[in-house]
Design a protein. Structure first.
Length: 72
């Protein structure tokens, strides 16, 4: 009875993780392209890009640790 719920919760949180991973990937790529197109990027925009990159790779490592795949 309790063990079925664990599998259901894991699938739910895996889907949330993948959704967050996709949104952070888009945000990171947008920040990176903004920096590349900018003539003289400010320190704030550079730090925002680095923060977006760090968030993305943190969730990427978490997904890898949990063995989450897109095809599941």
């Amino acid at each position: 009875m309790f063990f079925r719920r664990k599998g259901w919760l894991r699938k739910e949180y895996d889907k949330k993780l993948l959704n967050q991973l996709d949104s952070l990937k888009v945000e990171w790529k947008n920040q990176r392209s903004l920096i590349e197109k900018s003539f003289d990027p400010s320190a704030e925009s550079i730090s925002e890009a680095k923060l977006a990159e760090a968030k993305y790779f943190y969730l990427f490592k978490e997904a890898k640790k949990r063995n989450v795949s897109i095809h599941s």
